[in-house]
Each structure stands twice: as structure tokens, then as C-alpha cells.
Design a protein around this ligand. Sequence first.
Ligand code: 5GP
Ligand code: ZN
Length: 112
Amino acid sequence: MAVGCVFCAIIEGKIPAQVIMRSDDIIVIKDIAPKAPIHYLVIPIKHIADITALTPDDAAIIGQIFIAAQMLAKQLAGSQAFRLISNNGSDAGQSVFHLHVHFLSGKTMTDF
Ligand code: 5GP
Ligand code: ZN
């Protein structure tokens, strides 16, 4: 838990969010400002600011993020194509400094 962190506040139930799934290690919520018909955020429960703050002990958590993405894809109604994005650093577009991966689906995304 980090003071002032919006995702920690969501994890602790202090800010409401639409929760798609949750385990001991990760939570998946709907993004409040979706950029695609399906836009989830896969977030570790542990407050980790960004990828540069990871330690080898966090490897299992990162693996669970990809396994969660696989589970989310299986639940999609149409195409199971999806895109994962993790913005790292403000110059890359990161605005919430609690590590997270965007899960985007439901539209064609051939641009990069
Ligand atoms: P970033 O810009 O750090 O890559 O992604 C942060 C994401 O968190 C943004 O897409 C933004 O819409 C989302 N977000 C910010 N505040 C909240 C919130 O209070 N609730 C939810 N569900 N999403 C949020
Ligand atoms: Zn946090």
C-alpha cells in the first residue's frame, strides 16, 4: 500500500472500481477511460511503481499477469485477439505509478 496511489486505494476498496477478477496477487479492473471496447487493467496487489522497480522475487507476479491475460482472452465473446501494453515512465505515457498492464480488445489494432 502506497499513500496517494489510486490503484492501492482501489485494491483496498477505498475507491470503487469494476472488478473483473482478483487473486491473492493480482486484480483486474475495467479502465475508467477505455481506449477500446474492452479495456482492462491487470494490476499486481503489491505496490510496485514500474518495471524498473521489479526484483527477481516479483517474477511470479509478472507471470500471473500473463496468465490472467490468457484467462481474460478465453472469456471474450468474439475474436480472442488482444493487446497488452505497459507504459513505463511518464515519457512513455505512464500516469499511475503502480505497475499495471493494459488489456485491450474488441477492435482492430493494426497500428503500433
Ligand atoms: P497509464 O497511463 O499509467 O498507462 O494507465 C493508467 C490508467 O489508469 C489509465 O488508462 C486511466 O484511465 C486509468 N485510471 C486512472 N484512474 C483510474 C481510476 O480511478 N479507476 C480506474 N478504473 N481506472 C483509472
Ligand atoms: Zn499502489
